[in-house]
Structure formats: C-alpha cells, structure tokens
Design a protein around this ligand. Structure first.
Ligand SMILES: Nc1ncnc2c1ncn2[C@@H]1O[C@H](COP(=O)(O)OP(=O)(O)OP(=O)(O)O)[C@@H](O)[C@H]1O
Ligand SMILES: [Mg+2]
Length: 190
C-alpha cells in the first residue's frame, strides 16, 4: 500500500476534488485504491473506506483531510509516502499553505512533500509569480491543474472529469499527476 495524503489547512483549495480525481485516474490504470477521509463533512465522489485492513490490501491509499489541522495530522504525515498540498494561486492562500508545508516537514515524515497548484492559469500574473516564488524557495511543485467547470459537473454526476468530459483540458493534468504518483511508488520500491 502506497499512501498519498492531501493536506492544506486552507479550505476550498481542491483537496477532495483532486483526491477523487487521482483515485479515479489510478483506478483507470487497474490499481486498487482505498479512498480514506478524515473530513466528517465528506463530499467525495468515492465511497470512504473505513476498514484499515481493506486499505492495507490496496495498491494505493488516498487520504482526503479536512481544512483544519489537528493532532492526528502529524500521524497521517508520518504514515504517508507522498504528501500533496493543493493550493490556489492567490496571495490569501500563501500563508496557510506555507504553514501546512511547515507542519508536514516538522512531523518528521519520510514522505516526499509537494505543492500542487490548482486553478492554475498559465497566463495569469499571480499564477506566474507564485510559481517563480516557489521555485526560488526550492519548494517542489508536483503539478498544475487548470481551472475547469467540468470538475464540479463531473463530481455532481458522480464521475471523474475524464469520464464526464474526455476532451476537457483538465484531463491531461490529472493523468500527469497520476504518472508522477506512480513514479514515486516505483522509486520507493526500486
Ligand atoms: N481545478 C478546478 N477548477 C474548477 N473548480 C474547482 C477546481 N478544483 C476544485 N474546484 C471546485 O472548488 C470547490 C472546492 O473544492 P474542494 O471541495 O475539492 O476543496 P477542499 O480543499 O476539499 O475544501 P474543504 O477544505 O472544504 O474540504 C468545489 O466546488 C470544486 O468543484
Ligand atoms: Mg474537502
């Protein structure tokens, strides 16, 4: 079992959406996925797996968390193989995201920790500045996911964006994220 933890103290950055989409993308490739959530509000398309033994038997455990950080966060960070911190390209997201990054780092985890820029617009000024800032700070970015209404429409239909709208510009970004996560898994078991 390879565990991917979605974390950000900031609400509404896409933790649940991207956890769902990554799970769908891995399932499309034939992997078994346990979708786990620490968020009592839920909201995922995937049914939440509550049996740790079932999760243990899966190829991947994808963990969605709530937009608050509590005592369990450190334990989840230590249990993770990869920690993904989705963020929006907005100055308001910077501080909570950096705090979340610090908490993940300070947990003592061996996991690789990456930012995942969501709602990314390649021609946006703030978007460009954000990427430059993160690169200057040597904070690794695993991917950039564009803004696409198809994400919400797909979730409302109980589907992945690839199934709902195969031609959406969001699909390649999700596929690339799945590739990167599979690479991380292979690196770990190499
Ligand atoms: N790339 C995107 N393009 C367009 N809409 C998006 C994108 N990512 C997420 N959304 C929308 O933004 C809203 C918030 O996303 P989501 O619920 O995944 O965030 P969250 O981080 O899980 O929030 P919370 O902290 O409340 O659990 C949802 O309505 C979702 O459909
Ligand atoms: Mg959520």
């Amino acid at each position: 079992m390879f565990t991917v933890l979605f974390l950000n103290q900031k609400g509404g950055v896409g933790k649940t959406t991207l956890a769902d989409e990554l799970s769908f993308a891995l399932e499309r490739r034939g992997f078994t996925v346990a979708f786990v959530s620490t968020d009592p509000q839920g909201g995922s398309v995937h049914e939440v797996c509550t049996d740790p033994d079932v999760a243990e038997g899966c190829d991947f455990q994808i963990v969605d968390t709530a937009g608050v950080l509590n005592d369990a966060v450190s334990d989840w960070c230590c249990a993770a193989d990869v920690i993904l911190i989705p963020m929006l390209p907005s100055t308001r997201d910077m501080e909570p995201t950096m705090r979340t990054y610090g908490i993940a780092k300070d947990s003592g985890t061996d996991a690789a920790i990456y930012l995942l820029v969501n709602n990314f617009y390649a021609f946006g000024k703030l978007d460009k500045q954000l990427v430059e800032f993160l690169e200057a700070e040597r904070i690794p970015i695993i991917g950039k996911v564009p803004r696409a209404v198809a994400f919400a429409q797909a979730a409302a239909a109980g589907k992945s964006v690839a199934e709902y709208d195969p031609y959406s510009h969001a699909v390649p970004a999700i596929e690339k994220l799945a590739d990167s996560i599979i690479e991380e898994k292979e690196k770990k078991h190499a």
